[in-house]
Write a protein that binds this ligand. Structure first.
Ligand code: TMP
Length: 217
């Protein structure tokens, strides 16, 4: 058992990466390991994680009758996030929970920004309003090329997954640029490896960043 997982209370970790990176499977396994270590941990997903957020998720991921304008799309993701931050993330962190989120602002920067063409400074401005003081302690980026990722997706693609290979290549680059700009806050993991090896790298990386290099280390 990894007893150190029990010492991450009050931290906020984001799991992010392209569609098909395997981040959600790794998140479930990470959260299960935290529970085995008796940690107070809560997992949340974006878009969604609240009743309103899940309704916005349906709107964003279903194939609707008209195209969604990129700014409208960005604001809908942010609206779901505003509800999640106010109603779940802030109270949970205050209560001392470790919060693990499947996606956060890093997704908006990669999908609507780098791939969708919404200026990054606009995304940061809205994020400032939406996130209050909340910033992830660590963004774990599951990196995978778009060809490998595409092979892992179910053939029934949702609206975002169906945007094509060139779009998803820009998403990946958007994530890698974020990690390069702010290496302290990002942990990049090669998600094309077998799942057990990805999990091993994940545990080692989180431990190195948040325990060994963290405050009081
Ligand atoms: P999921 O499949 O990981 O739950 O993510 C839902 C989709 O929404 C995925 O294709 C990525 C996309 N997305 C954005 O485009 N912008 C965002 O801000 C978020 C949170 C997700």
């Amino acid at each position: 058992m990894d007893a150190w997982l029990n010492t991450l209370g009050g931290r906020f970790i984001v799991f992010d990466g392209p569609d098909g990176s395997g981040k959600t499977t790794q998140l479930k396994r990470f959260v299960a390991a935290c529970r085995d270590a008796d940690a107070m941990v809560e997992e949340l997903r974006e878009p969604g994680g609240t009743a309103i957020g899940e309704r916005i998720r349906d709107l964003l991921l279903s194939h609707g009758e008209e195209d969604i304008d990129p700014v409208c799309e960005m604001l809908l993701y942010m609206a779901s996030r505003a509800q999640l931050v106010a109603c779940r993330i802030e109270p949970l962190l205050e209560q001392g929970f470790l919060v693990v989120a499947d996606r956060f602002v890093s997704s908006t920067l990669a999908y609507q920004g780098a791939a969708g063409g919404v200026p990054e400074e606009h995304i940061y401005q809205v994020a400032e309003i939406v996130c209050d003081k909340i910033r992830p302690d660590l963004v774990v980026l599951f990196d995978v090329d778009e060809v490998t990722a595409g092979r892992r997706l179910s053939p029934l693609l949702d609206r975002m997954e169906a945007k094509g290979r060139a779009f998803h290549a820009r998403v990946r680059k958007g994530y890698l640029d974020q990690a390069q700009r702010d290496p302290e806050r990002h942990l990049v993991i090669d998600a094309s490896q077998p799942p057990d090896k990805v999990f091993e790298d994940l545990l080692r990386g989180v431990r190195e960043r948040l325990i060994e290099d963290g405050p009081g280390a």
